[in-house]
Design a protein around this ligand. Structure first.
Ligand code: MYA
Length: 499
């Protein structure tokens, strides 16, 4: 998701020291803090834009991302994941391959007396709204309680209901007496390739959330085990997930970059300051973009484009060690064009969760490139004149230029034509996302993104996104940061974008 800034910085409230039964009662009674609210997690937008303002003052991500001793991971040390310090002697592949569906418990483990398990039924509009409310109030937080990500019902429908989605994998916890949803974890199916092994079906796990008043009560391990059980019951034994939190043990470590689109607004809401010796007018000029797109034959993607886009993307993703394999054109159409027959249809194009464009030859039919981005509006509290910031996130793209640029040779000389094409494509993504009302454009160091960051004036953020595999041992995959984790090229490892 994007999860974007997924690192937990929330401080426990007093309620976290109370027994869960007591908290269950209180959650019904007490409205969540009004006015000042949770939102961005790990890295607040404020610190992000302060960082933008102080250009090179980049904290060392490794410092932020240091693990605790393995033995202190009371839950994770019991799970089939690569442990910190583990010798890399074993072959890549499943860690535990003995279990069969017959070994899987047929019912969930018991929860505390006042709580009960539920499936969050995403065919029910009301339950999507419940999930939205849980996440809005509890998911991602910034230190100042000034921002709230709005994973809108439209966004959740897109993120959680791709073709083949399993209702059972959307696990919730409710308070028995009131029915209030107080925790969630979600899964969607995804075929994933790790290096040269054939792609296999895994679960992509997201939206792990525990109500703020129920934190530090070991509900997360229970949620993780319950979704594991549900996934295992379908004879699926591996999962992919991302988190800002450092857990045993990242397959890859990626980092956020940010490109202001509406610098004046960011400045007005107090998150952005001019660079040293720069006036606001100079900053506006620095981030200015052409008013109109600059690529010939660029237009919104349609369903008719999907077969060609599918081929282009399939080819392009071969460049990466970790990449999804979309199973059908319908699946890809869902991810790039949004859901069909949505319960929450989007009328206004500016409100669409995902935006995709193609570049064609002069015939308007032969697709040579495409790019896409998704959108998470964020409520801003307590700033007169502005009540939201719209954030765009770079999503999948591909270009046929890559066909002549072998992924095995990532020397700058070799990559020149690709770099040049990606810059043009992404500059147009910036222009279009600005036209759609976004204020900032984010991207992680996945895919070939590091190739265009500098020229397009992206600034490094402090947010880290760790990629993890469950029950699969794999050697680290480069995360797009030269000095981080691996002495790796600046691109080429992670080709899977997690929301
Ligand atoms: S990442 C987004 C996570 N959500 C948030 O950050 C939202 C705001 N925060 C919260 O809601 C809570 O703080 C959460 C922790 C829920 C994060 N992933 O319940 P606890 C471990 C995995 O007492 P709380 C996303 O959605 C922690 O190390 N584990 O803690 C992907 C400790 O274990 P150990 C985490 O603070 C999720 C234990 O939980 C995370 O009340 C992928 C403490 O539990 C985390 N982000 O709640 C999940 N944070 O003792 C894994 C803390 O060992 C999926 N912990 O240190 C695995 C695959 C499953 C399917 C497999 C199928 C085959």
């Amino acid at each position: 998701m994007s999860d974007q800034f997924k690192e937990t910085t929330s401080k426990s409230t007093d309620d976290s020291k109370l027994p869960p039964e007591e908290v269950a009662k209180r959650i019904g009674e007490l409205p969540s803090k009004s006015g000042k609210a949770p939102a961005l997690q790990g890295l607040s937008l404020e610190s992000l834009f302060k960082l933008l303002a102080t250009a090179n003052a980049t904290p060392d991500p490794e410092e932020k991302n240091k693990p605790k001793p393995m033995d202190e991971y009371k839950f994770w040390k019991t799970q089939p994941v690569v442990k910190f310090g583990e010798e890399k002697t074993e072959q890549e592949g499943p860690i535990d391959s003995e279990k069969t569906v017959d070994d899987v418990a047929k019912s969930p483990r018991k929860l505390l007396p006042n709580f009960e398990w539920c499936v969050i039924d995403l065919n029910d509009k009301a339950q999507i709204e419940e999930l939205y409310n849980l996440l809005y109030n509890n998911y991602i937080e910034d230190d100042d309680n000034t921002f709230r990500f709005q994973y809108s019902p439209e966004f959740l429908e897109w993120a959680l209901k791709p073709p083949g989605w399993r209702s059972e994998w959307n696990v919730g916890v409710r308070i028995k007496d009131t029915g209030k949803l107080v925790a969630s974890i979600t899964g969607i199916p995804q075929f994933l390739r790790v290096r040269d092994k054939p792609a296999q079906e895994m679960a992509e796990i997201n939206f792990l959330c525990v109500h703020k008043k129920l934190r530090n009560k070991r509900l997360s391990p229970a949620l993780i085990q319950e979704v594991t059980r549900k996934v295992n019951l379908e004879n699926i034994w591996q999962a992919l997930y991302t988190a800002g939190t450092i857990l045993p043990s990242p397959l890859s470590i990626t980092r956020y970059y940010h490109r202001p689109l509406n610098w004046t607004k960011l400045y007005e809401v107090g998150f952005s300051a001019p660079l040293p010796n720069q006036t606001p007018a100079q900053m506006v000029a620095r981030y200015a973009l052409p008013g109109e797109t600059t690529l010939k034959n660029l237009r919104p993607m349609t369903r008719e484009d999907i077969p060609q886009v599918s081929e282009l993307l399939h080819e392009y993703l071969k460049r990466f060690d970790l990449a999804p394999e979309f199973q059908s054109e319908a699946e890809l159409a869902h991810w790039l064009l949004g859901p069909e027959d949505a319960l929450f249809p989007v009328e206004n194009p500016e409100k669409k969760p995902v935006h995709a464009y193609v570049v064609t030859e002069d015939d308007d039919k032969t697709v040579t490139d495409f790019f896409s981005f998704y959108s998470i509006p964020t409520t801003v509290l307590g700033v007169p004149g502005h009540d939201n910031i719209n954030i765009a996130y770079s999503f999948y793209y591909a270009t046929n230029v890559a066909r002549d640029v072998p992924a095995t040779d990532r020397t700058p000389e070799n990559q020149k034509p690709l770099v040049s094409r990606l810059k043009k494509l992404q500059q147009n993504a910036l222009i279009l996302s600005k036209q759609l009302g976004h204020d900032v454009y984010n991207a992680v160091t996945c895919m070939d993104n590091p190739l265009f960051f500098e020229d397009l004036k992206f600034s490094i953020g402090t947010g880290i996104l760790n990629y993890y595999l469950f029950n699969y041992r794999a050697y680290p995959v480069p995360g797009g940061m030269r000095k981080q984790f691996l002495e790796a090229p600046a691109n080429g490892g992670v080709g899977t974008i997690m929301l």
